[in-house]
Design a protein around this ligand. Sequence first.
Ligand SMILES: [Zn+2]
Length: 254
Amino acid sequence: MAAMRALSGAAILWAWEVGAAQHPLDRALTMLGAACPDVPRERLATLSVGERDARLLALRERQFGAALPGYAECPRCGERLEFTLDAVALRGDAPAGPVPDAPARTYDVAAEGYELRFRLPDSRDLAAVVATVGGDPAAGGRLLARRCVLSATRDGAAVDPGELPEAALDGLSRRMAEVDPGADLLLDLRCPACDHGWQAPFDPGAFLWAELAVQARRLLREIHALARAYGWREPDILALSPWRRRYYLELVDG
Ligand SMILES: [Zn+2]
């Protein structure tokens, strides 16, 4: 299976144009698909959320480097914090290499007297939650259990995964977070002004999308300026190396 590659100018514009009309879940797959054109989208959709996000971070690293500029506002005093995140550290041990052909791994957990065998939620499962229960977390947890719990037993007797009690679902979701730690990235932040500490979620897909959108608009401005100055066509301008494009732009501006 082919490895991930950095996005060309044409691939950035394609991902931006396709992703602009998409839900963030699909957008993440569009960005990964642009970087792994040999991997079918349906296969990318079966990556667990942590595996998907690790690859988005690997793509970010390949495209723009490992240092991610971050900012946040202190919820207590309003101080604005600026900091740098490290894509490699955020990714941790999560696999970020080529997408394997193997079927999703299964895991076991004992929770509140129930023995559960499950697979990790993936993009298809999250899309189902968004489509059917929206933002209701309890209903979302029950739907994920129905989709991801492959077998449930209590005292040796089979149980319907859709009928598990809340406490068993809590145990399941704790175990899922343990085996897919990259699925729910939390930043530990501390305010230098008032010493307040808090956790903020970090979404690699949203972060990379915002950067790609900036990059896409910059590319379009460059194409516009060069096409107007020289009469070149868009594909020919995109085929130039960024370095050569910049040089021509300097000549146009100068
Ligand atoms: Zn503060």
